[in-house]
Design a protein. Structure first.
Length: 337
């Protein structure tokens, strides 16, 4: 009888586990990351899959191509698709995202890149966007993704900070790479994308609205690429978020090869604006020694990592985590909305 007892006990445990998995959850889990070289080891794909996220969001620099040769670009994307761990994730988890400069095609590049329309089509092919999608006939890779759950809704707005971005201004008076572009017509998103973003936020009934920007939004003093190089655009986005009255807006970013949390109290916004930077997946700014960021919460993580955002749709609590290997939490920020 002892073997039967063991079998019955095991059966009860297994059934209990299945019932637990089938129970409706109030948590929507987003995983994201950036700065990934497919030819380099990425130790995180199995860890990300173990998290069982509802979606994986590419934050840009999916590959490092830096080329105007579209066949070369396709080959490098194909190399990423051949990575076993990524293929396993892709088979089980929805994949969305944007590009940054190295997959766009040129380091720190913007609207001046001559083959950006061709590069866009290669990117959309990699992301498996249908050939008849409206995204195929408009400029830029920005997109809106809506997720409905029994407990509430989440919207993820993926921006394109490359296709339309005005020229950067070289800094000639300090050791910084760039200084602010004060031209009133200078833009990060371009007129059509701004119009789209305004409509998306104004009409959003989502409980949480995540904005994926490949470059940092709140940290703007370091002199590398950032929304801070276009101060009028920073003001415009903050005003848009406030005026839209969209709920639970937060910014996700990458690019920097470091990970950090930034948080700002924006006038007339009923909750603090968080910018969660997660970068990079296969390489990082390991020699990082410091830089100004008045909005930083905690410390900079200068080792490879990925990010998770656990959104509790019942309590309106969000748990932001910078993740290392094998479930190691490198840093955590909790925010109630």
């Amino acid at each position: 009888m002892k073997p039967i007892s063991i079998y019955l006990t095991l059966l009860v445990v297994l059934l209990g586990c299945k019932q637990k998995q089938d129970m409706p959850s109030s948590t929507f889990l987003v995983a994201f990351g950036s700065c990934n070289m497919p030819q380099e080891p990425n130790p995180f794909w199995d860890d990300i899959l173990n998290e069982n996220p509802d979606v994986w969001v590419w934050g840009g620099d999916i590959v490092y191509a830096d080329t105007d040769n579209m066949e070369k670009l396709r080959a490098i994307y194909a190399l990423q698709d051949s990575v076993e761990g990524y293929a396993q994730l892709k088979a089980k988890v929805p994949i969305i995202g944007t590009w940054d400069d190295h997959d766009f095609g040129v380091n720190d590049g913007g609207e001046e890149f001559l083959v950006k329309s061709q590069s866009q089509q290669v990117f959309l092919d990699f992301m498996e966007v249908p050939k008849n999608s409206p995204r195929r006939t408009r400029e830029g890779v920005y997109a809106s993704h809506d997720y409905e759950t029994p407990k509430g809704n989440v919207k993820i707005l993926v921006l394109d900070t490359r296709y339309f971005r005005s020229a950067l201004v070289k800094d000639t008076v300090s050791e910084k790479r760039y200084s602010p572009n004060l031209d009133m017509d200078a833009t990060v998103l371009g007129a059509e994308q701004w119009k789209w973003l305004e409509e998306e936020l104004d009409h959003s009934d989502a409980d949480f609205n995540l904005i994926m920007s490949s470059i940092q939004f709140l940290s703007g003093e370091h002199g590398f690429e950032t929304w801070g190089n276009f101060p009028k655009e920073v003001e415009k986005l903050e005003k848009l978020i406030v005026d839209s009255k969209a709920k639970g807006v937060m910014v996700l970013s990458g690019d920097r090869h470091i990970s950090e949390f930034s948080r700002k109290s924006v006038p007339n916004l009923t909750y603090p604006l968080v910018d969660f930077t997660s970068s990079g997946l296969t390489h990082s700014y390991s020699s990082f020694s410091g830089e100004p960021n008045p909005f930083r919460v905690g410390e900079v993580v200068s080792r490879t990592s990925y990010g998770t955002i656990a959104i509790n749709l019942e309590t309106k609590e969000v748990d932001f985590k910078i993740m290392g290997e094998e479930g190691t939490v490198l840093q955590e920020l909790k925010q109630t909305y």
